[in-house]
Design a protein around this ligand. Structure first.
Ligand SMILES: [Zn+2]
Length: 291
């Protein structure tokens, strides 16, 4: 699954469902893999309660075997990105309607400290220098995304604390914790404007018009140049064939235009345990860690 205690740099990214690793930060992962960094994706749930979002995959035989198919899609995306990947073993919470309770036993219904235990064990085994996950809003309001944030923050702290989960291995303090700023309103707006200026039809206008009132985005502290890896990102995302419609707004914009107007994936540095504050903005998740 991953090289245990490898000598080089290690990056752990924690996601809610199979496909999230390919839609948020995938080009960053591919860039660090190309540099020789050991990259591990932890996937909290199996995506069992997800939908089939691609009309060509919306068939009874796909629905009947969705959990198995999503595992196969995850394995294909993992190989395309060149990363290691582990499921943490929780069950997808689905997207309950307003006032609807969470399903019994699902990921988001767990106690945070209890649900953090498998991630604490994984952090102590893999010993990442950098951990990446969602901000406290989850990036979008799915209960599993919000829970992934809570569990990752708890595990980031607990993994370093010898009094917590003492059965789960030697304590390990990761140096930095980042939150994704992917798929932001600014990203969609910039691409939409660039397409409109050039007379390219944009599929993003409707999405921007319906954009919900959200709190202001967290400050961008870190921009990772990864335009060369956009093709790998796209291939990984399309490997999640049940989850991605090839013509959806995210997939439809010209890639050369994206490389020109937004060639980075962006992050918010939420915790830094390194002595002395580094200069912001950063251009490397391992800034201050590389010797
Ligand atoms: Zn998700």
């Amino acid at each position: 699954m991953f090289t245990k205690h490898a000598g080089g740099l290690r990056l752990l990214t924690v996601h809610a469902h199979p496909d999230d690793e390919s839609s948020k930060g995938a080009a960053t992962l591919a860039r660090y893999v190309a540099e020789g960094v050991d990259v591990l994706v932890a996937t909290c749930t199996g995506g069992e309660r997800g939908s089939v979002l691609n009309p060509v995959m919306d068939r009874p035989e796909v629905w009947a075997e969705l959990p198995r198919i999503r595992q196969e899609e995850m394995a294909a995306a993992r190989d395309i990105l060149g990363v290691g990947q582990q499921f943490l073993g929780f069950t997808d919470s689905g997207m309950p309607g307003p006032g609807e309770p969470l399903p019994d036993g699902c990921f988001a219904a767990q106690e945070v400290e209890v649900a953090a235990a498998p991630l604490v064990a994984l952090i102590r085994e893999f010993r990442p220098h950098v951990v990446v996950t969602y901000d406290e809003t989850g990036g979008y309001p799915h209960p599993d995304h919000v829970m992934t944030h809570r569990v990752t923050v708890d595990a980031f702290e607990a993994a370093a604390d010898p009094d917590r989960h003492p059965e789960a291995g030697e304590p390990w303090q990761a140096a930095k914790l980042y939150y994704h700023l992917a798929l932001s309103r600014a990203w969609f707006q910039t691409l939409h404007d660039a397409m409109t200026e050039r007379g390219v039809p944009s599929a993003m206008g409707e999405l921007l018009a319906d954009w919900p009132d959200t709190p202001p985005a967290l400050a961008t502290t870190t921009r990772i140049t990864c335009a060369e890896q956009f093709a790998v990102r796209d291939a990984a995302l399309l490997a999640h064939a049940t989850q991605v419609e090839p013509g959806a707004a995210f997939m439809a914009h010209p890639r050369d235009l994206e490389r020109e107007v937004w060639p980075t994936e962006d992050y918010h540095l939420a915790r830094c345990l390194l002595p002395g504050a580094g200069e912001l903005p950063e251009t490397d998740l391992f800034e201050g860690i590389r010797s």
